[in-house]
Design a protein around this ligand. Structure first.
Ligand SMILES: [Zn+2]
Length: 431
């Protein structure tokens, strides 16, 4: 007894719940998640396919083992939805909860989310497969997109579930499905929330956070809440973790191409982490061994701190009404789509001629110029303003031409839909 007593005192002095929780968000944990999620066994996790369902089962089993409460449908950890035009394909979101410690505030929710799906394997009819397969590889493993965010949210969920930090508001840990098909899972949840949407005070989204460790991570939407409370919390969290970041008041390149947009469009303050594009984006080479796990762990710990800061505020965060509600890169005039430049094999298949490029539409924003022009997801844009798009810098050129469109005048958008070529008319209204 006498020999153990000093050790007990030492332990009491050192037991800091926050430090203890943060320690749980480590490289080994993240590596183990990625090893499974980005393995060939999961076949690229395309929504509606068995590999995706394995990811759902894995996440649901993990969160249960962390002691988190189910917050999906029917007392379970999942929420199922149908998607695909009349195809009746199904996918599941996974939702777990840590109940808040403050009897008054625990009915309010802070949401952290990441999409768990990716674009599948060769032969699956999934949009977004860039570059084609090769002799050695026919699986789009999606380690960065978005195995990285999925793993980080799992690590954060474990740190809250197994650690002793008690946030005042409740925290929802969400893994969205069918993001690659147009943010479908997060949109479904926002339309059919399993907890009251008007009690959600904030969404933090992690999408593609595992690469480019030497480049400061982009944090978009630090001013998407009223006042400066959110910005202060985010900056303090980055400083504490020595995470280098570039802060954007609202969106930059990623916010409207991922699930945070679903929350913004419901008038909920949202921000996102994004560690930027790379050569393996939506290609078969997006593999687990290329992830920068040390930086990913930092991002996870920073996210933990941000959730805690927001959950413990005396007053709930409120949406900043000045937040733009759509947009791709850089602001300015928008078409209202996201998508991707087609490359190599995909371009060759279209036989557009030397030097000509194409852009495949991912999602079309509601009430956008694109929607009014009749653009649909999976349309391939090959011309804009009466001229073909170039193969090099397709998106930049498309953006440049959008900015150059004359207000109130029709602009021609040439597309390929299925096997058909069509010309649509877009108009940016004079205001
Ligand atoms: Zn993606």
């Amino acid at each position: 007894m006498s020999r153990l007593l000093p050790l007990l005192v030492l332990w009491l002095l050192q037991s800091d719940p926050l430090a203890d929780a943060l320690k749980r968000i480590d490289e080994e944990t993240l590596k183990a998640h990625e090893k499974f999620l980005a393995s060939d066994e999961l076949e690229g996790r395309a929504a509606g396919y068995p590999g995706n369902e394995k990811a759902v089962e894995y996440i649901a089993k993990e969160v249960k083992s962390y002691g988190l409460k189910p917050a999906g449908e029917d007392g379970g950890y999942t929420q199922e939805f149908e998607f695909g035009r009349g195809a009746g394909r199904k996918a599941k979101n996974v939702i777990a909860m840590l109940e808040g410690s403050d009897s008054k505030l625990k009915s309010e929710y802070v949401v952290i989310g990441a999409h768990l799906d990716h674009v599948g394997k060769k032969g699956q009819r999934v949009g977004g497969q860039v570059g084609g397969s090769n002799d050695d590889d026919g699986i789009w493993n999606g380690a960065d997109d978005n195995g990285s965010g999925t793993s980080a949210v799992l690590a954060v969920a474990r740190a809250y579930g197994q650690g002793a930090v008690k946030p005042r508001r409740s925290i929802l840990f969400c893994w969205w499905n069918a993001e690659e098909a147009g943010l479908l899972g997060s949109r479904h949840w926002c339309a059919n929330p399993t907890r009251p949407l008007d009690k959600v005070v904030y969404n933090l989204n992690l999408d593609m956070v595992g690469r480019n460790p030497d480049r400061p991570v982009d944090i978009e939407g630090v001013k998407n809440a009223e006042g400066d409370a959110l910005e202060k919390i985010i900056m303090a969290a980055c400083e504490s973790e020595k995470l280098k970041a570039t802060y954007y008041d609202h969106h930059n390149e990623a916010m409207f191409r991922s699930d945070g947009a679903s929350f913004l469009q419901k008038g909920i303050a949202a921000s996102m982490f994004f560690s930027y594009w790379h050569d393996d984006y939506h290609r078969v080479g997006d593999h687990a061994e290329k992830i920068a796990y040390d930086n990913l762990a930092k991002i996870g710990r920073t996210a933990f701190r941000i959730l805690l800061g927001v959950a413990n505020l005396d007053e709930p965060l409120k949406f900043n009404e000045d937040t733009p509600l759509r947009g791709g890169g850089g602001g300015g005039r928008q078409l209202g789509i996201n998508g991707e430049e087609l490359q190599d094999d995909d371009l060759a298949e279209l036989k557009l001629g030397e030097g000509n490029g194409a852009y495949r539409v991912g999602t079309v924003a509601e009430n956008s110029v694109a929607e009014k022009a009749g653009l649909e997801s999976d349309d391939i844009i090959i011309g804009f303003g009466g001229k073909p798009l170039p193969a090099k810098g397709t998106l930049n050129e498309l953006r440049r031409r959008i900015q150059g469109a004359k207000l109130g005048e029709e602009v021609e958008i040439e597309i390929i839909r299925g096997k058909e070529r069509k010309k649509l008319k877009a108009v940016w209204p004079k205001k």
